[in-house]
Design a protein around this ligand. Structure first.
Ligand code: IMP
Length: 428
C-alpha cells in the first residue's frame, strides 16, 4: 500500500505545488482531501504554466486518476473555469473524479465571508474571501448542500430555498446588506450540476479499491499545519484540517492505509493574513525574501509576510502530522544573503520554551532565540548532489535536520522540475 501524504509544515505556501508535481509523476492516483479554491499553485511543465486551485496536480498526466475528496469544499463555477482552462491548454480531465459527499460553496458563503471580514474590522482574519469558512460552517450546522444533493433537482431546490431564506435574513438583519436571489442561484447551479455530473462518483469506495490494488496514492494537502482549525494559530486559520490526519476524514481513508508523510518546509517562513508571527522580518532581509522568493499570493496576489525559519514550528508540525521526512524548498532564495538565522526556541516570561504555544496572546509575547549562519553567494540552482552545495548551505540544512530530528529527502534549488536534489526516492 504505497500511500504518501504531503503536508505543508508552516503557514502554507511552502512550495507544495512543485513537490506534489514531482511526486505526482510517480503516483498513480492523486487526491485532494481538504480546503477549496482558497489554495492555489502554479506548476510548470514543458514550458507551459498551469494554475491549479481545486484540481489535483496529477491532472497534467493523462493516465493518473485525480480525486477531489469529500473533505474539500467545492465551488463548482471555479472548478468549471479551471477545467475549461486546462482543456484549452490541451490537458485531458477525463480521469477527474469528484466525491458525491463534498460540500458545495454557494454565493451566500462568499458574500458572508466578505461581510464577516468587514464586520471584524481590525480583527479580521485576512481570509481569501472564497466562502471557505462559511461553507464549512454550514457543514457543521448540518445545513450544507453536498454534491449528491446538487445532482437531485428537487432535493437541491428545497435545501437551497431554506438556505437562501436563512442567509437573506442574516444579510438583512445582521449586516444591513442586500439579499440574494434564489432563482438565479438555482438556475446557475443547476447548469453547473449538468456539467460536473459526469465526474461525480463515490470516491471513498474507489479509493479503497485502488489502495487495496496496490496503486501508488498521493494525498495532496493544501494550506499548512499552522492553518489547521484545531492545531493551527486559531482563530487565524482556515476552516479545514491541512494536517496529515485530515486525510482520514477528508478522503475517507482509514489511518492503517496511510504509509508515509512528507512535510514540505520552505527554507524561511511566510504567512498571509493576520496573526502573530514570531520570526517576521520588517527590514531589508524581509524585503529580500519577499522579492527574491516572489512571495505574493497565487490566489489573491497579496504580499506575504516573510521571516526567518522557525524550528519551533517545524518540530510542532512533525509531532502533529507524524512527518517522517522533509522536502526543503526554495533554498536558492537564500543565496546572496550575508547571514541567515534559524529560530531554535522562544523566550517567554523569562524562560526558554521549545513547544509552540496554544494561546495567541502568549505567542505574540514570544521572542525568537536565533542561531546565526553565514550565507553563500554561489548559484546553487544547477546543483544536483547535496555534497556539491556550498558548505554554508550544507551546514544550514544539516542544522534544520538536527533541530527537528527529520531528514530532508528532497531539496529544491529552483522552480524548475529538474532543479531538485533527491536524497531518497519516495513512492517507488
Ligand atoms: P480562508 O481559508 O480563505 O478562510 O482563510 C483563512 C486563513 O488561511 C487566512 O489567513 C488565509 O490567508 C489563509 N490561507 C488560506 N488558504 C491559504 C493558502 O493556500 N496559502 C496560505 N494561506 C492560506
Amino acid at each position: 500500500m504505497p500511500t504518501l501524504v504531503i503536508v505543508g509544515s508552516q503557514w502554507g505556501d511552502e512550495g507544495k505545488g512543485k513537490i506534489t508535481d514531482y511526486l505526482a509523476e510517480k503516483a498513480e492516483v492523486v487526491v485532494r482531501y481538504q480546503g477549496g479554491n482558497n489554495a492555489g499553485h502554479t506548476v510548470e511543465k514543458d514550458g507551459t504554466q498551469y494554475k491549479l486551485h481545486l484540481v489535483p496536480s496529477g491532472i497534467l498526466y493523462p493516465e493518473k486518476i485525480c480525486i477531489i475528496g469529500n473533505g474539500v469544499v467545492l465551488d463548482p463555477g471555479s472548478l468549471i473555469d479551471e477545467i475549461n482552462t486546462l482543456k484549452e491548454q490541451g490537458v485531458s480531465v477525463e480521469n477527474l473524479k469528484i466525491s458525491d459527499r463534498a460540500h458545495i460553496v454557494l454565493p451566500y458563503h462568499i458574500k458572508l465571508d466578505e461581510l464577516e471580514e468587514v464586520a471584524k474590522g481590525k480583527n479580521d482574519i485576512g481570509t481569501t474571501k472564497r466562502g471557505i469558512g462559511p461553507c464549512y460552517m454550514d457543514k457543521s450546522e448540518r445545513i450544507g448542500i453536498r454534491v449528491c444533493d446538487l445532482l437531485k433537482p428537487e432535493v437541491f431546490k428545497n435545501k437551497l430555498k431554506l438556505n437562501v431564506e436563512k442567509k437573506n435574513k442574516i444579510f438583512r438583519e445582521v449586516y444591513d446588506a442586500g439579499e440574494l436571489n434564489f432563482e438565479e442561484i438555482y438556475e446557475k447551479y443547476s447548469r453547473y450540476a449538468s456539467i460536473i455530473k459526469s465526474y461525480v462518483v463515490d470516491t471513498t469506495s474507489l479509493l479503497y479499491d485502488l489502495i487495496k490494488d496496490g496503486k501508488k496514492v498521493l494525498f495532496e494537502g493544501a494550506q499548512g499545519t499552522l492553518l489547521d482549525i484545531d492545531l493551527g494559530t486559531y482563530p487565524y486559520v482556515t476552516a479545514s484540517h491541512p494536517i496529515s490526519g485530515g486525510v482520514t476524514v477528508g478522503a475517507g481513508v482509514g489511518p492503517t492505509m496511510i504509509n508515509d508523510v512528507i512535510g514540505v518546509v520552505k527554507a524561511y517562513t511566510t504567512r498571509v493574513g493576520k496573526g502573530p508571527f514570531p520570526t517576521e522580518l520588517f527590514d531589508d532581509y524581509g524585503n529580500f525574501l519577499r522579492e527574491k522568493g516572489h512571495e505574493y499570493g497565487t490566489t489573491t496576489g497579496r504580499p506575504r509576510r516573510c521571516g526567518w525559519l522557525d524550528a519551533v514550528i517545524l518540530s510542532f508540525s512533525v509531532k502533529v502530522s507524524g512527518i517522517r521526512t522533509f522536502a526543503l524548498t526554495k533554498l536558492d532564495t537564500l543565496t546572496g544573503l550575508d547571514k541567515i538565522k534559524i529560530c531554535t526556541g522562544y523566550r517567554f516570561n523569562g524562560e526558554i520554551i521549545k513547544d509552540f504555544p496554544a494561546s495567541l496572546e502568549d505567542l505574540a509575547m514570544c521572542e525568537p532565540i536565533y542561531e546565526e549562519f553565514d550565507g553563500w553567494n554561489e548559484n546553487i540552482s544547477n546543483i544536483r548532489k547535496f555534497q556539491d552545495l556550498p558548505l554554508n548551505a550544507q551546514k544550514y540544512v544539516k542544522r534544520i535536520e538536527e533541530l527537528t530530528g527529520i531528514n530532508a529527502s528532497i531539496i529544491s534549488v529552483g522552480p524548475g522540475r529538474e532543479e531538485t536534489i533527491v536524497r531518497e526516492e519516495l513512492m517507488s
